[in-house]
Design a protein around this ligand. Structure first.
Ligand SMILES: *Cc1c(COP(=O)(O)O)cnc(C)c1O
Length: 425
């Protein structure tokens, strides 16, 4: 790496805090500075020094078709000619909503926002508005964006008791979030007894994929559905990552479990900033202007983002879900075999957990909660990350982030990957 990258990072650090607009991009803990990228195409991303990497970050998920998919690009170019924000009613969002509702049986109405965080923020307010209750149960190891009430970690006191995990989050806000370990059925039962008629909702990533990939037993998700129904609390599936990724209808489709509210993001905008909240018409009509739960957005349902999202989602046919899973198997098998043999087994402790087109490189199988994650994960991952980066293979720069495969990761990319790894297929 020449000075170009380090100079850019030095400059960035004077202009924006830590040199980045989102903390994970900073390469914290790594022995190298962040790569600055100038373009992307298909399964590849190119840095400012013209080095090309196989991209397994894919903007943390949205680019499920690959970068610069020609159909999406065409839709965006046509969209540009119509202007790119009106702050008024337009038909483009309706086309996207209709398309989504026809394929998401658990949702009757949708509203668009600009990010996953915003979707979660609205979902929580809506759940509180509908139930007239304040408390929300969240699970340790699930990420729901950077809304205050979700920046919470387990407290030292009673089960469920929580404290802020970020400075700037008031105690009062943390107080209304209860935190439990994934899979803790007894703890949940106790929580509903201790806080009888106070719990508005349980929020969960039905496929936790922001702290590694911690696949949950379906029975646990079913239990959440039951305990919410029994206690007149709402079940929120945060499907910002899993929605349109593991199946078009996300984990709700995969498991057949119907959440009361679903939050969507990432793929829904095809790489443009979009999030959404969906629920029954009864719940959704609690939102302003009909209902008393306020929610708004200057750029919401941005017409350009709407056509980008629709063009992306239209490509997600059942055949393409099968294809992307097949490619993910080929890629992760290759990575796993290479790790067993590379440099006298330097990375032999790792295996690869996959779910659909998501993967996680970790030295343990079947991790379902935080306490099962090996303590030395980061140390080993960072070495692996640097070796792969050097060979032109870009993972998300943190051990707890998952890898994303796109439809552009075809067989030619698999062959190229093998070449970059010096591994005979
Ligand atoms: C990414 C993510 C969010 C936050 O979305 P942003 O668009 O980054 O605000 C929330 N929940 C889950 C499950 C996510 O994966």
């Amino acid at each position: 790496m020449s000075n170009i990258q380090t100079d850019l990072f030095t400059k960035a650090k004077t202009l924006v805090p830590g040199g980045v607009h989102s903390p994970v991009r900073s390469f914290k803990g790594l022995h190298t500075t962040p790569r600055f990228f100038k373009s992307a195409e298909g399964a590849y991303i190119t840095d400012v020094e013209d080095k090309k990497y196989v991209d397994f970050c894919m903007s943390f998920g949205p680019m499920i078709l690959g970068h610069r998919n020609p159909k999406v690009e065409k839709a965006l170019q046509e969209g540009l000619t119509r202007g790119w924000s009106y702050g008024a009613c337009e038909p483009y969002s309706l086309e996207l909503v209709e398309y989504l509702l026809s394929r998401l049986p658990h949702v009757e109405q949708l509203r668009f926002v600009n990010s996953g965080t915003e979707a979660v923020m609205t979902a929580l307010r809506l759940a509180r508005g509908v139930t007239g209750r304040n408390k929300i149960i969240k699970f340790n190891g699930c990420y729901h964006g950077h809304v205050d009430s979700m920046l919470i970690k387990a407290g030292s006191g009673l089960a469920g008791e929580a404290e802020a995990s970020s400075a700037g989050v008031p105690e009062g806000v943390a107080h209304d979030t209860l935190i439990l370990e994934l899979g803790d059925v007894a703890g949940l039962k106790q929580c509903f007894i201790d806080h009888k008629d106070q719990i508005a909702a349980i929020i969960i990533e039905p496929l936790p994929a922001n702290n590694g990939l911690m696949v949950q037993p379906v029975e646990f998700l079913k239990f959440l559905r039951e305990i919410c129904t029994d206690n007149k609390a709402l079940l929120i599936f945060d499907e910002v990552i899993s929605g349109f990724r593991v199946a078009f209808g996300g984990m709700a489709e995969v498991t057949g479990i119907k959440p009361d509210i679903v939050t969507l993001g990432k793929i829904i905008g095809g790489g443009l900033p979009v999030g959404a909240i969906g629920a029954s018409r009864f719940i959704m009509e609690h939102l302003a202007p009909i209902g008393k739960v306020y929610q708004a957005g200057t750029l919401s349902a941005n017409p350009l983002a709407m056509v980008g999202g629709l063009a992306t989602l239209k490509e997600m046919t059942p055949a393409n879900y099968t294809k992307i899973e097949e490619q993910t198997k080929k890629i992760t098998n290759l990575l796993a075999s290479w790790m067993k043999t590379y440099n006298n087994g330097q990375f032999a402790m790792f295996q690869v957990t996959t779910y659909s087109s998501l993967f996680w490189i970790v030295p343990k199988e079947n991790v379902t909660k935080i306490s099962e994650i090996p303590a030395n994960l980061t140390e080993n991952f960072n070495k692996l990350f640097e070796v792969l980066l050097d060979r032109g293979i870009y993972l998300a720069p943190n051990a707890y982030e998952v890898g994303f495969v796109s439809l552009a990761h075809d067989d030619s990319v698999v062959a190229d990957l093998a070449k970059r790894l010096d591994y005979k297929l």
